[in-house]
Design a protein around this ligand. Structure first.
Ligand code: ZN
Ligand code: ZN
Ligand code: ZN
Length: 345
């Protein structure tokens, strides 16, 4: 008999119409409604905010006090979507039309800096390199847990993306199963490798570098392109120039180069409409299921919602919710705009 419960434990539910899974975290309904308890936005102009749960020395929701950290700081998410101790279990009804599976995982928060008022664009390369090292360490540490098969590192930046706390930070959600988007890319990498005997993104990168019109920036180890198939107006893809399956395969020079390219991309974004640019970004890399996954090619996606100015954003509504994404400005135009935007603060 399983102790797994749909009302108490994190689980994923299967959508038989699309084949996708949705993550459900019922235990999080105990979470305080932050919109009512906190001011709409924490001030970004101050280097220390006594009300911020990420600033050094402050007390968090669970009563723990943050250390007086000076570089980066990692802690377990106080209201995690996934828990490490969820009992195993499956729930099925109606000839597999209703399918749910218990999901285990660990969710952490990584503070990039003790300074409340910084962003990736405002941090120096040495500080960003320290963040890259923490990403590598977290990927290795969480990925080494026997039940963890995927580690998702992502950053939500700006109130427009639902992130009201400007303190520079990202999250790491690691899970026992490989989530939808990564599973789709996994299949694409496998199929491409099987059909053409080459890595999909190595080939794509070579093609974009030859054509040039969607290139945004580049250093020795990373290239930034607006992908041909971009959905968000100023979406970019950061590609490792060498075939690396995950962050843990980057050598020291490549980690410095990743810090450099992140700085350059975010500075360009901030200059585009002269505002702190909101976005969701994250890395896609080798699942941590113990397989070598040589087909995987490390990359990062940046999905910013702004369209023509600081106040005009793209919504994914109507046709996009029901049929397919649509865009007006072309990826080639977006790449040209980003290319002509200054890379210095
Ligand atoms: Zn803070
Ligand atoms: Zn590759
Ligand atoms: Zn991807």
């Amino acid at each position: 008999m399983s102790l797994f419960s749909l009302v108490a434990h994190p689980h994923r539910r299967f959508n038989p119409l699309t084949g996708d899974w949705v993550l459900v975290s019922p235990h999080r309904t105990q979470r305080p409604w932050q919109g009512q308890l906190e001011p709409a936005a924490s001030p970004q102009s101050v280097s220390y905010d006594p009300a911020c749960y990420m600033c050094p020395g402050n007390v968090r929701a669970n009563g723990e006090r943050n250390p007086a950290y000076v570089t980066t700081f990692v802690f377990e998410n106080d209201f995690p979507a996934l828990l490490p101790d969820t009992p195993e279990g499956e729930w099925k009804e109606g000839d597999r039309l209703l399918v749910a599976e218990a999901e285990r995982g660990v969710c952490r928060v990584i503070c990039f800096s003790p300074r409340h008022d910084l962003t990736m664009a405002k941090m120096d390369r040495a500080a960003l390199r320290a963040v890259v090292d923490v990403w590598v360490a977290q990927y290795e540490q969480l990925g080494a847990l026997p039940y963890i098969r995927h580690v998702q590192i992502f950053e939500n930046r700006g109130a427009l993306m639902g992130c009201s706390n400007p303190h520079p930070h990202c999250q790491v959600w690691s899970s026992a199963t490989v989530p939808n988007e990564v599973r789709k890319e996994q299949l694409a990498f496998e199929r491409h490798q099987a059909a053409r005997g080459e890595c999909l993104l190595c080939q794509y990168l070579a093609l974009e570098r030859r054509l040039g019109e969607r290139l945004v920036a580049e250093n020795l180890h990373f290239t930034v392109v607006v992908p041909f198939w971009a959905v968000w107006p100023f979406e970019v893809l950061i590609l490792s120039r060498h075939h690396r399956t995950a962050l843990d395969r980057l050598n020291s020079g490549e980690r410095d180069a990743l810090a450099d390219i992140l700085k350059r991309v975010t500075v360009r974004y901030d200059h585009l409409f002269e505002v702190p640019f909101p976005y969701s970004m994250g890395f896609h890399q080798r699942p941590t299921d113990g397989q070598p996954h040589e087909e995987w090619h490390l990359h990062a996606h940046f999905y910013p919602p702004l369209l023509r100015s600081a106040t005009v954003r793209k919504f994914m509504v109507g046709y996009e919710m029901l049929a397919a994404p649509q865009r007006d400005i072309t990826p080639e135009y977006a790449a040209a705009r980003l290319r002509e935007t200054a890379e210095v603060e």
